[in-house]
Each structure stands twice: as structure tokens, then as C-alpha cells.
Write a protein that binds this ligand. Sequence first.
Ligand SMILES: Nc1ncnc2c1ncn2[C@@H]1O[C@H](COP(=O)(O)OP(=O)(O)OP(=O)(O)O)[C@@H](O)[C@H]1O
Ligand SMILES: [Mg+2]
Length: 149
Amino acid sequence: MQTLLTRALETLDDTAALAAEVATLLAPGGVLLLTGDLGAGKTTFVQALAREYGITRTVTSPTFTLANEYPIPMGGKLVHYDLYRLAVPSGLYDLGFEDALEYGARLAIEWPEKAQSVLDLEVPQRLRLNLTTDQNGLRHAELLKEHLS
Ligand SMILES: Nc1ncnc2c1ncn2[C@@H]1O[C@H](COP(=O)(O)OP(=O)(O)OP(=O)(O)O)[C@@H](O)[C@H]1O
Ligand SMILES: [Mg+2]
């Protein structure tokens, strides 16, 4: 596990600037896990990432559909998962997850804890963005590169 960058996110502009950095690091077929408490800013980050890829459609949390897909104008697509309501880890296979990886989509996954065993098996190399809030209420982001062996 390697820390690629850490940033303070005081404003939505800071989130946008971080999304620009992450957009260049997330390759086609790449997976970004978003971790952090309820309201940490995971969906907000995916919205900023989508804007970086030139996606103009409104990105909303796939709270009930669990997955939403957005074509990227320059090619490929961004698939946004919110696994909070996933009943069992294997449910991820029912969400078109293997096809998305195979066809070179970029995957952004909120609540990856809900499918950890499947993600560890299928996606040993991935980025993780960990969003936290400190005791002063300031948001922080840490981007990690994970290689499970
Ligand atoms: N950098 C930021 N600066 C200010 N407000 C922010 C920032 N990032 C997120 N927020 C605000 O925090 C609130 C919660 O954000 P968001 O819905 O993205 O959280 P989440 O981690 O996806 O939550 P959930 O766990 O429910 O999916 C929103 O009102 C959002 O506008
Ligand atoms: Mg969310």
C-alpha cells in the first residue's frame, strides 16, 4: 500500500482540484474505492470526477439501483456504485461489474466494505480514496494505491 497524495478539502473547489488529479491516475479498467463515514463526501467526489471526464449528465447517488453508468465523451465510461444496500458481497456480480472491468470502464465504488471479499479477489490492484473529517470539522482526503498479493 502506497500513499499517493493527501489533501485538505476545505471547499468544493478543493474537491474539484483533487478530482482532476485522480482523473489522470485512474486508467481505463481502473477501480477507485471510496471510503469514509456517512456524509464524508464520496458522492460529491464522484460528481467532481465525472465533470473532469467531461460528463455533463447529472450524477446522482445510485442508492437504490446500486450502479449508474455514464459514457465518457473521450471514450469508455464511468460506472458509479453505491454498495451501502448490497445484501451480500456476491451481489456485486449481479451489477455488471465483471463486464465493466473487462470493457475498460472506470469504476468508482462507494461502500466497498460491503463487497470486500469479492473486490479483494477480483480487483487486487486499485486506488482507494479515504475521506475523513478531523476534530475541527475539516475534511481530509488520502489517496492510496493498493496491491494485494
Ligand atoms: N469538499 C467539500 N466541501 C464542503 N461540503 C462538502 C464537501 N464534500 C462534500 N460536501 C457536502 O457533504 C454532504 C455529504 O456529501 P456526500 O453525499 O457526497 O457524502 P457521501 O460520503 O456520499 O455520503 P453517503 O455515505 O451517505 O453516501 C453534501 O451536502 C456535500 O455537499
Ligand atoms: Mg454517497
